[in-house]
Design a protein around this ligand. Sequence first.
Ligand SMILES: [Zn+2]
Length: 237
Amino acid sequence: MKNITITIDVEEDCPPMLTSTRGMEEGLPKLLDLLKKEGIKATFFVTGVMAEQYPDLIRRIPKEGHELGCHGYNHARFDRMKKEEARVALNHAGSVLRKFEKQVVSFRAPNLQFPKSYLELLEEEGFLYDSSIAAYKPPFFRSGGKSKIIRVPATITSSFLRLPPDFFIPLIRRIKAPVIFVHPWEFVDMSELPIRLDCKFNTGENALSNLETLIRTLKTENYLFFTLKERANIEKK
Ligand SMILES: [Zn+2]
């Protein structure tokens, strides 16, 4: 059985380079509409700050059948926090997000940077799955040591999906159970902004149409689209 997981990191536009939120206002509604139209469920890793600022949008996530996950409180990097600060940030973010969905069990750290020695904090704060690593590795493995957290690496970086679909779709097919990730701001035209090239190239309608092409192509190939939580449950059996 072929399966894929689409994850979305919900945050300010291209942090920390920008602090605008056009991705929230313009990109996220379009993305939610696309997933709804295609009948696809995804996992949204949302920062506490975005949930506080855009409650109506965040409400749509669980309401439309998606998984609501946690992306920290304010997109500060966990590898630059002391352990106690990390605990406070996780607790703060968790308590904001759990007002929208009781069961928030999946986590992804900003910049995919989360110290292994902090995994026990995730467990203490009620999380089960961590997708804070990027790697071409087996999709599921125990984190090792005492922690029960299951680590689920993101297999493809987001800018990759803004290359031509004829190029990236064959590569995705070769990955077993890929976990892809995108950001709402990628669906807004960022090309004129003074930010890194990999953040801005092919953003806007092209990025959305690429994602649509990917979803439609894989649907014709009988791929199943799972949220992170769903996949972890299947893998455990
Ligand atoms: Zn992020």
